[in-house]
Write a protein that binds this ligand. Sequence first.
Ligand SMILES: NC(=O)c1ccc[n+]([C@@H]2O[C@H](COP(=O)([O-])OP(=O)(O)OC[C@H]3O[C@@H](n4cnc5c(N)ncnc54)[C@H](O)[C@@H]3O)[C@@H](O)[C@H]2O)c1
Length: 319
Amino acid sequence: MATVLITGISGFIGSSLARGLLAEGASVRGIDNLCTGNLENLEDIRTRIDLRRADILDIGAINDACDGIDYVFHQAAIPSVPKSVVDPMGTNGPNLNGTLTVLEAARKAGVRRLMYAASSAAYGDSPELPKTETMLPAPISPYAVQKLAGEHYLASYTRVFGLETVALRYFNIFGPRQDPTSQYSGVLARFISLMCQGETPTIFGDGSTSRDFTYIDNVVHANMMVAKTSAPVAGKVFNIATGKRITLLEAYQEIKQITGYSGTVQFKPEREGDIRHSLADISLAQSVFGYRVVAGFREGLEKTIEYYRQTSPQAIAAL
Ligand SMILES: NC(=O)c1ccc[n+]([C@@H]2O[C@H](COP(=O)([O-])OP(=O)(O)OC[C@H]3O[C@@H](n4cnc5c(N)ncnc54)[C@H](O)[C@@H]3O)[C@@H](O)[C@H]2O)c1
């Protein structure tokens, strides 16, 4: 049975990974400083994990956490473009120096493989679609630069120190436990939470903006597949998405259909710097380590909406 470390375990993706890995029989240790994460995300599994409240910049705590670990799933970060614009230096600490700290501790501890939550933000706003891993990155925001620089550190640690690292570039992940209350949260979490409470969502632009919206189960599946594959993945970068794009208007209409929301949507001018379209080529992950889309957009929406309904029953009453 493998022993794994998840950084950012109290967050949306980290807590989902924890459930997936526990279900596979792994022994799970987690680190989080709770800056954006929430202990409620771990409520039902809290007694089954070794949870440590610590900052990934604390090398002593990370060294201890890596002791005896086979696989590291490094998810901790401040995952926000706007926050990185307001505070480039403050976010560089956790997003880049934090990654370096985790790499260093993993290397010293002799960890077998480290998986890293990279971001599609690395591609920037080049109009070319779909995005393939061989494209030249063109990060725009400090957040995108920090996440991309982390990828380069991973590749360096593989080449220089022989630590097996893999960067998974996530594209617009959504699902249960994503925080809908923050102004920085994902658009689907905001739409679902507002519409479940009978409140009007806002679309910036005419609604034709599109994204490769990816349900969380696909991310959990990708991480587990890449951790155990015997294919040569060390030092490589893979897109993790669905290979399909959905416009904001389509997403709104599907949520409306599932929730029974009877209100309208409001349109506001497009925001400066918003990327128009995003779509991944996922063939590399499919061919190298057997990644596949385990849950599509509609199924993901239905599960996410069900989760919000169960966790906030007042939402149903508002419909
Ligand atoms: N959600 C997406 O669509 C998406 C897309 C691309 C990449 N990512 C990446 O996936 C990862 C997880 O994102 P998420 O959506 O689950 O966000 P999240 O905010 O829900 O989770 C991040 C977790 O990291 C923890 N954390 C932050 N700084 C820390 C520090 N210094 N020390 C210890 N813990 C710290 C937070 O408390 C939180 O629990 C991030 O690295 C993010 O950049 C997410």
